[in-house]
Design a protein around this ligand. Structure first.
Ligand SMILES: *[C@@H]1O[C@H](CO)[C@@H](O)[C@H](O)[C@H]1NC(C)=O
Ligand SMILES: *[C@@H]1O[C@H](CO)[C@@H](O)[C@H](O)[C@H]1NC(C)=O
Ligand SMILES: *[C@@H]1O[C@H](CO)[C@@H](O)[C@H](O)[C@H]1NC(C)=O
Length: 578
């Protein structure tokens, strides 16, 4: 059902081929104000110019100390792969500094990186007099996660406001009901109301199934939530989260045999902001856990469904041998803001804490919008690894354009177009681009709407590409329209960037006008036993042209060749009358 696309020549691609003594260009921080892309990698942190990565980038070497490397080697770790300082946290700290942390050969270290107030200050300096031990560092929940993550070799998770005050908060350790070997993928602060005290932190991760959780899956994708102002309990759960809850995130397609195909390996999450900051749309990328069956999917979730699941019921079981069931009793669980009349989580009564400790999981899972993925790939040799989404203003409405990175170093540019409703989406692959010379998983992606550029990281280096390359669709109106790329429109002479104010011709929704025949030039008459040339060389990836033979009932001797994917209805006829 998916068009097989040939790889587009990767023109307009700018690549920084990594240093010979570094790899893992995985941690990105987009600094639009200073016009820089900060990249954390093995033993180095880089600052690139957003306009052109290769225009005098800056780099700082920050390797693990020789003694830590030796310790790491003696502990039997892989010196080349693990005993380096992988920079995993890059977080704005104050108006002049960033907070950065590295794995430090299994001894996480953090430091402040001076950037200056403005781009013109041209400062990029590690405050080497001020290294901090990253392990067990006093941090807020989201920062604790960052550092937790440093240990886990995950990717940078700290796209949150800088720490104002530091609290040593973490999860209940040694209790696999809370977190069972979690691999974090993302953390986001989402407002719950107009009162910032109500803000919640949402965690996206995968972990091993809880004991007694009979999903038939070893790995389970989760969404977790926390109150921003959780200070931990007073007598019990001291310095631990008292408001932590988690729910399963499902993403599956029904199978022909009645057995669903589940995508459980959460790989990446992207929050698409909407007009209402309380209700971003959540895009998540999953792969299958099976060794035999390779598949990937993108699912979309909305906050209303997520909030509903976190309202209850809670998952409960009476003992280790019992099943998890919906909890039927009274839930002494107060909201974030006032904690049910208490000033802080430290004042919460024991029954609340006891309940919290015993009930970290919700009974119901969160299902995606429409009940199924918006993009699925099961018949290809690659898997999805990363995702960013751009909201594009087109002539006939707004479109979310997805850029999906794969484990083979390619990027798919995909738009989903509602046919009738959200339940009926048409997936259109606009481009498929090879980014890195050798096949290597794409491990980081950031999108700058200001620069109209996409930035990509892998083990091999960093690349940038424009969000749109309208010129590749050719000069004809029909080809431009058939491409159905919301970024592009035919401006009267060529296919170029569409701006809502300008007068371009575009047709995203109906670029595929089957079976309606529009311009006269989309069909040709032929006389039986004669020959004619039917052109079939579309420049757009989407312009799959088919010629169909139709007998003309009124003129039995003649036949009509119908060009089913005809030009857009708005294109002037003379532009496709070859
Ligand atoms: C890696 O090599 C670069 C030169 O290409 C050098 O500036 C840098 O200090 C080296 N890094 C380490 C950690 O040795
Ligand atoms: C930002 O934080 C750093 C590190 O603590 C400090 O040295 C610097 O003075 C701070 N800058 C401002 C403007 O507060
Ligand atoms: C076309 O060619 C076929 C076989 O070559 C023949 O049977 C048929 O009569 C021809 N049709 C016309 C209209 O000449």
């Amino acid at each position: 059902p998916f068009p097989k696309l040939s790889m587009v020549e990767s023109s307009n691609l700018i690549t920084f081929n990594g240093l010979t003594n570094s790899s893992g260009y995985d941690t990105f921080l987009l600094d639009e104000e200073r016009g820089r892309l900060l990249v954390g990698a093995e033993d180095h942190v880089f600052s690139f110019d957003l306009v052109n990565l290769n225009r005098e980038h800056k780099q700082i070497a920050w390797p693990a100390t020789p003694s830590k490397r030796d310790e790491c080697k003696w502990a039997g770790k892989d010196l080349g792969k693990e005993c380096s300082n992988f920079i995993r946290v890059l977080q704005p700290y104050n108006s002049t500094h960033l907070y950065i942390c590295g794995t430090g050969a299994f001894h996480p270290i953090c430091a402040y990186l001076e950037m200056g107030k403005r781009a013109e200050d041209n400062i990029f300096r590690l405050e080497s007099s001020h290294f901090e031990n990253g392990r067990g560092k006093a941090l807020r929940p989201q920062d604790a996660l960052c550092v937790h993550n440093v240990r886990l070799h995950g990717k940078g998770l700290c796209h949150l406001p800088h720490p104002r005050e530091h609290h040593p908060i973490r999860t209940e350790q040694h209790d696999s009901r809370w977190l069972n070997d979690p691999r974090f993928v993302g953390v986001n602060l989402i407002p719950e109301s107009d009162n910032p005290e109500d803000d919640k932190i949402f965690l996206f991760f995968k972990e091993n199934a809880m004991d007694g959780e009979h999903t038939g899956k070893a790995t389970i994708a989760r969404i977790g939530q926390l109150c921003k102002n959780d200070l931990g309990g007073h007598r019990s759960l001291v310095n631990k989260w008292t408001t932590f809850l988690k729910a399963r995130l499902t993403c599956s397609v029904p199978g022909l045999n009645g057995i669903d195909t589940h995508f459980d390996e959460l790989q990446d999450v992207f929050l698409m902001s909407s007009k209402d900051p309380k209700n971003p749309v959540i895009y998540a990328v999953f792969t299958t856990s099976s060794n035999i069956f390779k598949g990937s999917a993108v699912c979309m979730y909305n906050m209303a469904d997520i909030r509903r699941v976190f309202l209850g019921p809670y998952a409960h079981r009476d003992g280790p041998t019992y099943q998890w069931v919906p909890f039927q009793g009274r839930v002494p669980y107060p909201p974030c803001k006032t904690f049910g009349g208490f000033d802080s989580t430290k004042d919460l009564p024991d029954d609340v804490i006891t309940f919290a400790r015993g009930h970290p999981a919700m009974f119901n899972p969160v299902h995606p919008i429409g009940g199924r993925p918006i993009v699925v790939r099961t018949d290809v040799d690659y898997q999805f690894s990363q995702l960013v989404v751009d909201k594009v203003e087109a002539e006939d409405g707004q479109y979310d354009v997805m850029f999906i990175g794969t484990d083979l170093g390619t990027v798919l540019k995909v738009v989903t177009i509602p046919r009738e409703s959200w339940h009926d989406l048409e997936e259109v692959v606009l481009e498929e681009m090879t980014v890195f010379r050798e096949p290597t998983p794409i491990t980081a992606m950031e999108l700058s709407t200001k620069q109209q550029q996409l930035y990509l990281g892998s083990a091999l280096g960093v690349s940038q590409m424009p969000l749109h390359r309208c010129e590749v669709y050719g000069k004809a109106c029909a080809e431009c329209c058939l491409a159905r790329d919301p970024y592009c429109a035919w401006d009267g002479t060529e296919c170029s960037r569409y701006f809502p104010t300008a007068n371009g011709r575009q047709d995203i929704r109906d670029g595929d006008p089957l079976p309606v025949l529009r311009p006269a030039a989309s069909w040709r008459y032929g006389v039986e036993n004669s020959s004619m040339f039917l052109e079939c060389s579309p420049k757009s990836q989407r312009a799959l042209i088919y010629w169909q033979l139709q007998k003309d009932p009124t003129r039995t001797a003649n036949m009509r060749w119908v060009h089913t994917h005809s030009a857009c209805k708005m294109c002037p006829i003379h532009h496709h009358s070859q």
